[in-house]
Design a protein around this ligand. Structure first.
Ligand SMILES: *[C@@H]1O[C@H](CO)[C@@H](O)[C@H](O)[C@H]1NC(C)=O
Ligand SMILES: *[C@@H]1O[C@H](CO)[C@@H](O)[C@H](O)[C@H]1NC(C)=O
Ligand SMILES: *[C@@H]1O[C@H](CO)[C@@H](O)[C@H](O)[C@H]1NC(C)=O
Length: 178
């Protein structure tokens, strides 16, 4: 057999193994409001329908609308001895980001995880509840393992939500990549 054909076959095989063995599982989600007069969580949960279909749903009620100034800090952690900062720690102005998504490729990367499943897809002001509706884990799995491979391990995807420069809420999503 021609060696380049073999090389192609080998690549396909390794690629398939990579897809098969890299699997992201959400293990927990925690939502916390610091200001119940400003925002409350109606729900915040993970649900397993079957072995292949698991999803994340979150609904936040905004009680002082319209909200015209939003900032989000996204920080990722890897568990070693406790959760240690890993790779990302960035803050984005939500109102500006939506006016030009290309301005911040890393935030776009994270936003792509859930953009198709959320009504948080426009610029300020926000005058409605914010919903993440059944974000499938398989979708995020594809994003993480195909777009930006990261090592196996336990991860925490931590977000702080600020409105008018005051921290109002946090959402922590725990995941295992194995
Ligand atoms: C899992 O549930 C989804 C949604 O109900 C369904 O479409 C899918 O076929 C199910 N998969 C398996 C393996 O049962
Ligand atoms: C992220 O960076 C900011 C500013 O440098 C810092 O105040 C904050 O503690 C960092 N967060 C984490 C989780 O490391
Ligand atoms: C935001 O998402 C909703 C629901 O998926 C969709 O109907 C709407 O067109 C989207 N808006 C933008 C600006 O992408």
């Amino acid at each position: 057999m021609n060696s380049s054909v073999r090389l192609v076959q080998l690549s396909i095989m390794l690629f398939s193994i990579h897809i098969a063995i890299c699997k992201l599982e959400f293990t927990n989600v925690k939502c916390n409001t610091f200001d119940p007069e400003f925002a409350v969580f109606d729900y915040c949960f993970l649900k397993s329908i079957n072995r292949t279909y698991k999803y994340l749903s979150i609904k936040v009620k905004l009680l002082k609308t319209p909200v015209a100034k939003v900032k989000v800090n996204v920080a990722t952690f890897q568990r070693l001895n406790g959760y240690k900062p890993f790779l990302y720690n960035l803050t984005v102005d939500g109102c500006r980001f939506f006016n030009n998504k290309k301005s911040n490729p890393v935030v776009s990367y994270f936003f792509n995880f859930f953009k198709d499943f959320s009504n948080l897809n426009h610029s300020c002001p926000y005058d409605h509840d914010v919903i993440l509706d059944k974000v499938p884990i398989s979708h995020i799995n594809t994003q993480v393992t195909d777009v930006l491979p990261v090592p196996h391990g336990d991860y925490l995807f931590h977000t702080d939500w600020f409105a008018y420069d005051i921290k109002r809420a946090t959402v922590d999503v725990y995941a295992t990549l194995n």
